[in-house]
Write a protein that binds this ligand. Structure first.
Ligand code: LMR
Length: 334
């Protein structure tokens, strides 16, 4: 009797141990944009590939649209290990103390995605990700979104049209200077609060890639959008370093592969998603879309490029010059 009880107990113990051993490793991946955006779709793709390649040993739970954390809280949550993975916009690393990342916020520094990729896939991109290690963060990849445009309730054709307007920006000293360069009043605000702030007139306008403007329905509360493409907004995919380093080596390798595939996908769809969003905004009939002439865009560039010099002390002259060199930056050309 006693032996059989012991055997039953032992059997139950083995069973529960086996169940425990099969529990998947959970990666919480938090972000602030809609699922139907370049970042949202790439995050879902990573989750799918991670499950496939690890044969279910890893489960990636994606929390979109600020459902878990808002902008600022995200980074703290990652450092504390409350979430394991994020893809914050590159502007979010300046406030973290890695100011070199703000080079990506400089207005008109990149003319197109090719320029940008020269930097993100080259030595500067690699070096920037390495700088995150001292913050307890491992940088895995850069994911594209796109080029930002200005929106307001009044037409925007010349830089002076932004004068005196309260413009929502991400928390970035470079973006603050960019807005001041055209006489507008920068207002730092979490992404999840922008729609309401535009609706209630707390701010007059904003800047964002069109995929964000469309999926957050900002076009419903902005009468004018001018396709200025005046600055870049993209992401770094990051993980809690301690968590990542503690993963079994084979799993980490499979996740690296999943990330590579998700990154390829993200960077393939970003431009298409933004182009399609622009068409949808036009079709909505709620926002008048204006494409500036070359001369008009050049006027915005001339007004904003002095920000590069002004921010040199903060971002670092060396980083800015390395980027200029990589892309052959010309302050007077479009
Ligand atoms: C913003 O706050 O405007 C962006 O960082 C949102 C995003 O992640 O694309």
């Amino acid at each position: 009797m006693r032996i059989s009880q012991l055997l039953i107990g032992l059997f139950a113990g083995v069973l529960s141990l086996a169940a425990y051993a099969e529990e998947p490793i959970v990666i919480k991946f938090s972000h602030v944009v809609a699922i139907d955006t370049p970042k949202g779709k790439a995050a879902e793709m990573f989750a799918k590939k991670a499950a496939e390649l690890t044969k279910g040993r890893v489960r990636v739970e994606v929390y979109a649209n600020s459902t878990l954390y808002k902008d600022k809280e995200e980074m703290e949550a990652l450092q504390l290990g409350a979430v394991q993975m994020l893809a914050p916009s590159l502007a979010k690393f300046g406030p973290l103390g890695v100011k070199e990342f703000e080079v990506f916020d400089l207005p008109f520094i990149f003319s197109n995605y090719d320029d940008l990729h020269k930097v993100t896939t080259g030595p500067v991109g690699k070096q920037l990700l390495t700088k995150l290690e001292s913050k307890g963060i491992r940088g895995l990849a850069f994911w594209d979104n796109g080029f930002k445009s200005f929106s307001l309730n009044t037409p925007i054709k010349v830089p002076a049209d932004l004068k005196g307007k309260k413009m929502r920006i991400q928390s970035s000293k470079v973006l603050e200077e960019q807005m001041r360069a055209v006489g507008s009043l920068p207002q730092v605000m979490a992404f999840s609060e922008v729609y309401q702030a535009l609706q209630t007139g707390v701010v007059d306008g904003t800047e964002n890639p069109i995929s964000n403007l469309y999926t957050q329905k900002m076009y419903e509360v902005q009468k004018h959008l001018t396709v200025t493409d005046h600055g870049y907004l993209g992401y770094a995919v990051i993980v809690n370093k301690k968590f990542w380093d503690g993963l079994p080596a084979d799993i980490r390798k499979q996740l690296d592969e999943a990330m590579e595939q998700a990154t390829r996908y993200a960077n393939q769809i970003a431009k298409v998603e933004n182009d399609e969003s622009l068409e949808k905004v036009k079709k909505s009939g709620k926002t008048a879309v204006y494409v500036p002439t070359k001369e008009e865009r050049l006027a915005f560039k001339k007004a904003m490029v002095p920000v590069h010099k002004k921010m040199e002390g903060r971002i670092g002259k060396e980083v800015i010059e390395s980027v200029y060199k990589d892309i052959g930056f010309k302050p007077d050309a479009l």
